[in-house]
Design a protein around this ligand. Structure first.
Ligand code: SF4
Ligand code: SF4
Length: 125
């Protein structure tokens, strides 16, 4: 399965259950994109740790008021009609979200139903 063939089923599993999807590091490129687009709402949910020359970590997502890590991605929207999920920042979501799943085995190993064998996919559609 290539990335072109992959079809997300909008189940929300990756955003809800894979902790590193919503509580991990975002990249320098993500921050540059959000700065260029004036997305202060996104930037306010990132904490940068300076670990020394050339070594900075950008942690996301945090609560901008308390500075605490979130327990759920703040950008995930549930569709009340079908229980499906979508990303409210899809056009600017972090690189690691855009690249999930990295390959079919990665998807299968982390429970993505879009990477299940065809018979299972049909059963969940
Ligand atoms: S787990 Fe797979 S199918 Fe479900 S939302 Fe994430 S990428 Fe899409
Ligand atoms: S930013 Fe979007 S794709 Fe990434 S975890 Fe949150 S809702 Fe999911």
């Amino acid at each position: 399965m290539s990335r072109d063939e992959f079809r997300c089923l909008m189940c929300g599993h990756c955003c809800l259950n894979l902790v590193d999807a919503y509580r991990g590091c975002v990249s320098d490129a993500d921050l540059e994109l959000w700065h260029s687009k004036g997305r202060h709402d996104l930037l306010s949910r990132v904490e940068t740790l300076d670990l020394g020359p050339g070594n900075r970590l950008h942690l996301a997502w945090i609560d901008p008021e308390t500075g605490d890590d979130v327990e759920r991605c703040p950008w995930l929207i549930e569709n009340p009609k079908d229980g499906g999920h979508s990303c409210s920042i899809n056009d600017v979501k972090p690189e690691h979200c855009r690249s999930y799943p990295e390959h079919e085995k990665h998807g299968r190993d982390t429970g993505c139903p879009g990477c299940s064998p065809p018979a299972e996919k049909l059963g969940q559609a």
